[in-house]
Design a protein around this ligand. Sequence first.
Ligand SMILES: [Zn+2]
Ligand SMILES: [Zn+2]
Length: 365
Amino acid sequence: MAHDYYEVLGVSRDVSPEELKRRYRQLARQFHPDVNKDDGAAERFKEINEAYSILSDPEKRSRYDHFGREAFQGYTPPSDLFEDLLSNLFGFTTAERASAQGQDGEDLLAQLDIDLLDSALGRTVEIDVERLEVCPDCQGSRAKAGTQPQRCSTCSGRGEVRYQQQSFFGTLVTRRPCPACHGQGQMIAQPCPACRGQGRVKTSQAVSVGLPPGIDTGHRLRIPGEGNAGLGGRPGDLYVDIRLKPHPQLQRSGDDLIYPLSASMVQAALGTPVTIPTLKGEEAFILPPGTQPGSEFRLKGKGMPRLRGRGQGDLVVRVQVVVPKKLSSRAQKLLQELAQELGEGNNQGKAEGLKEKIKGALGLE
Ligand SMILES: [Zn+2]
Ligand SMILES: [Zn+2]
């Protein structure tokens, strides 16, 4: 076996760092134990790594040039160096590998029904969320108290196994989650009874939701970190779908509020003081004389806050004039007098005649 590091890598003593790296990758691909099952390949691979870890470091290389291998008795190359260098070699990255061991929590979606005033005032409301928390008994280790998870022997704790296939292009290496440990990298002999070895337990948690003023049905809020807990990873987020409950008196129309006001025909004709419900309580309002059915009165700035802007919408009073369905004979007489006073003809006689004709035509009488 060659003992000179330059000879191990098959390069000259004045090799450039770029050439050294290129040569190392070439040899690593050739002798990596995942690919090369020949006798001695693993040993060769180890030596290639050791040689490269010395020669790629300018300070170590200079020491080696002066003192030779004697200067590196008992030296073991740092393993993370190869993780980085080999990550591109076989199509996996160290980041992916790390995620096989740390598991992020899932995002959750919840519905929240709020009142008009919750939205108008931008209140903070609480919502009960069913979510997974880290198991308090095993702190997420999944193992029964007093026991420890063991490193998976099938994948050596990596959480994944690699498969080789011969193909037209050469040896292809693919990786899959380890079937023995399901990608966890560890085996649990005695699972934690509290979480049945899952590492997380279901809980119900009250989460505060700060409502932006003016929020409406169909809006979705994101509350970071309030989803399911992770296991060695980040917690998920909570998404909240907003539904506005109907208000007994006010209807929302964008940033405006509509108040349907019922007035009798006399009130509409003569005008009357009324009270209007607003977001800040009841308010006096004068319905002016001669108000027409369907009239609208705008109370500026008394509507909903604009969600992504300044100020507020309006409160619109929409007038419905209610005509009485039944009249006492005295009320009829008064209205007939009113009609005469207003110069309207009395059409009652004609209407009666028409009714008789229709009944006759239909054979009802
Ligand atoms: Zn547990
Ligand atoms: Zn495994």
